[in-house]
Design a protein around this ligand. Structure first.
Ligand code: MN
Length: 480
């Protein structure tokens, strides 16, 4: 990648003045001039590649500039003060944020990883863009991992698949998450990767005709209507197919939904109109419809999901969404880089949707041991979530197996603390009974009631666990 190309790509979506980019390009190039990568190439190639990924995600000028400069503080002798004066507070904060995540050194790998998770999330508290740069950095390192010694490849891939990919997923940056996963998969399980790749390519080749027929049929039915739409075929990423094979204990041949299409339109109304058309043309598979437009996922994802039977009896998985939802589903939080947590004048709608992130950050300040942190993080990252309704009809997303206590804390910490009972669908239940998606849950509280220490063995969410611990600690009560 040359500077001209980078500037050209950047100008396609931004009107910001690019002088800073040119300056950062030259500065980084000079700062790293005597360094080489494992591939033998100039080190600066990596910096330019990270900037290119950030431009692919249409990030703002400061983020792209920080991408070019992201290794300057760590890998050159330039003092922090000099750099800060040179580039100002904003760029300095971004680059030093990325550097902090990088330079943590710990004795055991587990502890190190846990601490890295924590730092990473705390960094988002200040600015989500730090994480986006870090993810772009990791993506380029994964793309060029073949130059590393075997042992390093495994270590880095393991960290990527267990830390960076779930984080990208949590932030809703699916495109990046999929690429990180598939690259890690390739190094961690090379044989399985190669064999699955061959099978998937063959299946797609065979099914191209089917998808073509589907598209034609849709076109015919929509010809007279005013519903704008485009149909994209969608390849599931290899690692998610592999995970599904393991989970269902089935060979690839029996995995159904590797065939999918997306239909993109202009408005929410037209999403439902298209759903109607699809269901009137093809037979829907019972129980396959999910409305993530009315009830979005925690990571902002929105779409209508359904599966239908094609004429040949094959099942096609369909996602219907607007252009904006499409962009959010590919880019996630990166699509909203303007947004900073708690910033005045930030998009209120988005602010609400990102509440989980803010709550999380609050809880994190509270957790003292890295191990506890990683345990909580893993639970909260569980991708399967359930939706619980308040008696007023509000929706609270929670992880699978969450209990009424988790739900009580999700509403408010005071409700959690003083909770003495729960009604689910109007019936009293035990506080340790796992909730099911769609349950209407009402919490019964009593003033001056307090959390019990055995709740720690019951709750599933980090938020609840950390609040209970905090309460016990503050009241001098034992946690064991
Ligand atoms: Mn780097």
């Amino acid at each position: 990648m040359e500077l001209d190309e980078l500037l050209k790509k950047f100008r396609e979506y931004s009107t910001q003045d690019t002088t800073l980019l040119e300056y950062a390009w030259n500065y980084a190039s000079e700062s790293h001039h005597d360094q080489k990568r494992a591939s033998g190439e100039k080190y600066f190639i990596h910096c330019a590649a990270v900037a290119e990924i950030l431009v692919d995600y249409k990030m703002d000028l400061e983020t792209v500039a920080a991408g070019l400069l992201h290794d300057v503080l760590e890998d050159t002798k330039i003092p922090h003060e000099t750099f800060r004066k040179e580039f100002g507070e904003e760029i300095y904060a971004l680059v030093s944020g990325v550097t902090k995540i990088e330079t943590l050194k710990f004795s055991s790998r587990d502890e190190a990883q846990a601490e890295n998770w924590r730092k990473m999330i705390l960094a988002t508290a200040k600015d989500i863009r730090v994480i986006v740069i870090k993810l772009a950095d990791r993506l380029h390192n994964m793309r060029t991992l073949n130059y590393m010694p075997k042992e390093k490849q495994l270590e880095i891939s393991h960290e990527t698949i267990s830390l960076y990919a779930p984080l990208a997923q949590r932030l809703g940056i699916f495109q990046l998450k999929s690429e990180l996963e598939d690259l890690s998969f390739k190094y961690l399980f090379p044989d399985e990767y190669q064999s699955l790749l061959a099978k998937v390519q063959l299946r797609y080749a065979m099914r191209e005709k089917l998808l073509e027929d589907f598209r034609t049929e849709m076109e015919n039915h929509l010809a007279g209507s005013n519903v704008p739409h485009r149909v994209l075929s969608r390849a599931k990423n290899l690692y998610s197919i592999y995970r599904k094979m393991l989970r269902q204990e089935k060979p690839f041949e029996e995995i159904q939904d590797a065939l999918g299409v997306r239909i993109i339109t202009d408005s929410v109304i037209n999403c439902y109109a298209l759903l109607g058309t699809v269901h009137s043309v093809f037979k829907p598979v019972a129980g396959s419809f999910t409305d993530y437009i009315a009830v979005p996922k925690m990571n902002l994802y929105q779409s209508l999901h359904t599966s239908v039977m094609a004429g040949t009896g094959e099942i096609i998985e369909i996602q219907i969404r607007t252009e904006e939802m499409h962009r959010t589903s590919e880019y996630g939080i990166a699509a909203h880089w303007r947004y900073k947590l708690g910033e005045k004048g930030a998009d209120r709608h988005l602010d609400e949707k990102l509440n989980w992130l803010r709550q999380w950050i609050e809880w994190l300040q509270d957790i003292s041991s890295p191990r506890e942190f990683i345990e909580s993080f893993k639970t909260d990252l569980e991708l399967d979530q359930i939706f619980i309704f308040t008696p007023k009809g509000e929706v609270k997303p929670l992880p699978v197996d969450a209990t009424p206590i988790d739900y009580a804390y999700a509403i408010h910490s005071d409700i959690g603390d003083t909770c003495i009972g729960a009604k689910v669908n109007n019936r009293m239940v035990r506080l340790d009974q796992p909730l099911k998606s769609g349950d209407i849950c009402e919490i019964i509280t009593r003033k001056n009631s307090a959390p019990k220490k055995d709740w720690l063995g019951i709750v599933k969410t980090a938020g609840a666990r950390s609040r209970i611990r905090k309460y016990l600690r503050e009241h001098g009560l034992p946690e064991q």
